[in-house]
Each structure stands twice: as structure tokens, then as C-alpha cells.
Design a protein around this ligand. Structure first.
Ligand SMILES: C[S@@+](CC[C@H](N)C(=O)[O-])C[C@H]1O[C@@H](n2cnc3c(N)ncnc32)[C@H](O)[C@@H]1O
Length: 311
């Protein structure tokens, strides 16, 4: 468990890659970045940050499945964030990657309306193609994750990607540890959501025993109180360092997702943790495709590496 310290430095242990590494790969799965959106405009439309998140993850997995020749996908918090706008829905975008190579997907949620949407999504994709299995896991992911890990579907060499797209603090640190410690030739690859632009408020305003207990489970102890001293970026680096130091991942990078396209304010970070040396390069390419060459991101081409080496 980590107490708050400035996270800079340790993340540099992760592999850095040059812009030459970011040339498009020869073979690319087709994933339509600009698939039509509905509703076209207005109140029910998902915000840019949600759209970017879903595009980045599906864009990455479209590349990843070429390297892994398939693999398994666990989505711990899988129902659409904006229930009325399914076009910005990560699980749906992942299922629509063409060609479909991910063989088995576990889509988990605890909300009845979200589960209905997940079941409709399953009906459209289960066994299409025949090798593809979609399982809907109902209930608290911190419990259902144990069933998934014990299901006997993960052999030593099976590549597995897990998306932990919590709203704020629903994913227990013990759940992240379980995934990270699953035995295999490689670790389960993780994409962890960190809501940096609202977590400070949540940390300072949480006073009821129920809420502090939830934060203790999220953080894996009670040292989360000192996180309020960190800037948003340092908080992202601090959490990224936990994936290296506590969980043993080799390649960890925090990707900022902007609140609105074309503006600078960061809404949240997606922390990508892998022990595959190609993973950060593929994620860097996907990030450039979807979000762009953003200042202080892992693919910032204008970074002064001497004065500002992280992330
Ligand atoms: C941020 S949304 C997920 C967004 C989704 N990944 C997308 O791409 O649109 C978080 C989801 O987690 C669900 N949820 C909250 N707590 C949960 C828990 N303990 N176990 C499983 N699902 C949970 C909520 O119902 C909600 O659908």
C-alpha cells in the first residue's frame, strides 16, 4: 500500500519509446474511430471524455489483438457510462472491432438497467463468430472477479486484458492485486481509471464511516487522506508507481484524457500497466490516433526530457 509521495521518477522505469516507434504497424485491425454517433446532439450525448476513453481502449485492442492473435477481455464496470448514448460505450466498441479475434469477454456490472443493456449487447455478439463467448457477470465486480479468475479459461500463455473503468472508487485495491497476481507467463494487462479531477473533492468530503470504509477498500488502506496534497498529475504518477512497485508491472504509463476535445483540462487518467514490451508502443499509437500529441502525456513530442522527464 502506498502513502502519498511525489510519483516522479519511478515511472521512468517503464520503457520509453521514440516517435519512430510510433509508425503505423503493417497490419491494422479496422476500428472505425468516427463511427456514427447517436443522439447526434444535445442533452443525452456522452461527453467528449467518455467518447475518447472508449475510442482509445478499442483502438488499442484492435492493435493488441494482432500481436496476441486473440486473447480474453474482462470489463469490470461494463455498462455504458451514459446509458442513453451507446455509441460511446467501450464494451460495444470492443465487440465491434473487425476482424473479431478476442475469443472470450466477461462483461460485469451491478446495475439492473445497465445489465439489461449488457444482455442486449451479448445477444448481438455471443457466438458470432462461433468461437466468441460473451458472459455477463451480475453483481459486485470485487466478488465476480474471483469467479472469472477461477473459471479455468486462462491458460499460462493466454493474453488477458482487464478494463477497470470505475466511476470513482468502486474497484477495491485487493481486486487489482488479484488480477495482477494471477499466475501466467505474462501478467494480466490492466487499464485502470483514475478520476483525478473529482477525486480530491471525494477525499475531502468523505466523512461518514460507510464512505471512509469504501475509500479504504479502494486504496487498500487508510493512507488515502494524504493524497489531497498532490496535484492531479502527481496523483496519477503516484498511482502508476504503485503498479510498478507493489504489483510488479514493467511498463506503466498514465494517459490523460481531456474533458473536451481541443481544450487542455484533464478529466481523468487511464493507467495502462503491462509486462509486454510492445504494449506501451501500441498504446502510444492508439493515443496519438484518438487524443493526439498532448502536453505532458506519454507521447508528448514537445517534452523537455531533461527538465521534465516523467511520465
Ligand atoms: C464509469 S461506468 C462504466 C462505463 C463503461 N465502461 C463505458 O465504457 O461506458 C461504471 C459502471 O460501473 C457500475 N458499477 C458500480 N459499482 C460497481 C461494482 N461494485 N461492481 C460492478 N459494477 C459496478 C455502474 O453501474 C456503471 O455502469
Amino acid at each position: 500500500m502506498g502513502s502519498a509521495s511525489r510519483g516522479k521518477g519511478l515511472v521512468e522505469q517503464a520503457e520509453l519509446f521514440s516517435l519512430e516507434d510510433l509508425a503505423p504497424p503493417k497490419a491494422q485491425a479496422s476500428f472505425k474511430l468516427d463511427s456514427p454517433r447517436s443522439p447526434a446532439r444535445g442533452f443525452n450525448r456522452a461527453p467528449d471524455q467518455t467518447v475518447s476513453k472508449s475510442k482509445l481502449i478499442a483502438g488499442y485492442l484492435a492493435k493488441y489483438q494482432f500481436v496476441t492473435k486473440g486473447g480474453l477481455y474482462i470489463d469490470g464496470f461494463a455498462a455504458p457510462q451514459k446509458r442513453d448514448d451507446e455509441t460511446a460505450w467501450t464494451a460495444r466498441r470492443v465487440l465491434e472491432i473487425n476482424p473479431p479475434r478476442i475469443r472470450r469477454l466477461w462483461l460485469c456490472d451491478n446495475d439492473p438497467k445497465g445489465l439489461l443493456q449488457l444482455r442486449r449487447l451479448k445477444a448481438a455478439h455471443h457466438r458470432k463468430p462461433a468461437f466468441r463467448h460473451v458472459s455477463i457477470m451480475e453483481g459486485d465486480f470485487n466478488e465476480t472477479v474471483k469467479t472469472i479468475l477461477m473459471a479455468g479459461r486462462m491458460y499460462k500463455r493466454t493474453p488477458v486484458f482487464a478494463l477497470l473503468d470505475q466511476r470513482t472508487a468502486e474497484c477495491h485495491w485487493s481486486t487489482v492485486q488479484l488480477l495482477a497476481r494471477k499466475a501466467g507467463v505474462r501478467k494480466i494487462e490492466l487499464m485502470y481509471f483514475l478520476g483525478t479531477s473529482w477525486i480530491h473533492r471525494s477525499l475531502t468530503q468523505s466523512r461518514t464511516p460507510a464512505r471512509t470504509t469504501q475509500l479504504d477498500k479502494w486504496w487498500g488502506g487508510d493512507t488515502w487522506r494524504s493524497l489531497v496534497e498532490l496535484t492531479q498529475q502527481d496523483l496519477a504518477l503516484h498511482v502508476a508507481n504503485r503498479f510498478i512497485k507493489e504489483l510488479g508491472y514493467s511498463y506503466v504509463k498514465p494517459y490523460p484524457i481531456l474533458q473536451r476535445d481541443g481544450e487542455k483540462k484533464v478529466a481523468f487518467y487511464l493507467i495502462h500497466a503491462s509486462d509486454h514490451p510492445d504494449a506501451p508502443k501500441l498504446m502510444g499509437r492508439a493515443y496519438l490516433d484518438v487524443v493526439g500529441d498532448i502536453a505532458r502525456s506519454p507521447v508528448d513530442s514537445q517534452r523537455n526530457w531533461l527538465d521534465d522527464p516523467a511520465p
